[in-house]
Design a protein. Structure first.
Length: 113
């Protein structure tokens, strides 16, 4: 008697691996993705605000953009809470960038005098 009895040797090629299968992109799967355009806009403004806040001649502009970023981020957070958007991490990141831009603008303006 052989051990194991009558089992094929090697991998079976009749069933493809489920790891290699991809779901086709349909309207339903595309709609289930990230929905937070306001949050993405806030992150973009926040990044620009932080960069501007670190440059002494335009640090005040960076501070103003930081205030705009905080406001837009709060709108994005509210949209997530109302289930109109679904990516809270982007909204919170934008809020942090806005606060950092405001703080950096204050510090840079104090140093530059």
């Amino acid at each position: 008697m052989s051990y194991p009895p009558d089992t094929p040797q090697g991998p079976s090629f009749t069933q493809p691996s489920t790891r290699s299968r991809r779901r086709p992109v349909t309207e339903a799967t595309a709609a289930s993705g990230s929905r937070n355009r306001v949050g993405v806009a806030a992150v973009t403004i926040g990044g620009l605000a932080l960069i501007c806040a670190l440059i002494p001649p335009i640090a005040s502009l960076g501070g103003m953009l930081g205030i705009v970023t905080v406001i837009v981020a709060l709108v994005a957070i509210t949209r997530v809470a109302l289930r109109k958007a679904n990516n809270m991490v982007v909204s919170i990141t934008a809020f942090g960038l806005g606060i950092a831009a405001i703080a950096a603008a204050i510090v840079i303006n104090q140093i530059a005098g």
